[in-house]
Design a protein. Sequence first.
Length: 149
Amino acid sequence: MKTAVATLMILVVLSTGALAKELNNLDRNGVALQGYDPVAFFTDSRPVMGNQQFQSQYRGATYYFASAEHRATFEKEPAKYEPQFGGFCAYGASRGKTVPIKIEAWQIVNGRLLMQYDLDVKGKFNSDPQGNLSRADKNWPGLVEKLGK
């Protein structure tokens, strides 16, 4: 009986994702994107600083938004707006590394928000965006497993 209960508990934990690791580029307060609004990259086509008054949590990260409307948009489809690769440099992820980013080195590729280390690295990424994105996608699960919490 104890074995059946323990097995059931393990299945419940696995099905709820409670053991899933997260790997996010966060500041010391757990804020992603250095406090910038993830929705604004899509709607305003530029980085816009968020406001602590409008915040939401998703996958272990806190996001700030410029408005209640942006927060509501994010909360409807957070996976659409969250930065890819935990907000780390996409080019770095394509090389199997977690690398910090500069906000001005952002881009949207295939509808996905990508951050880059700097504008020079963004140029390197864009020399083969689909290949680099594919490599980053392949490397990311291993990085999360190795470095995630």
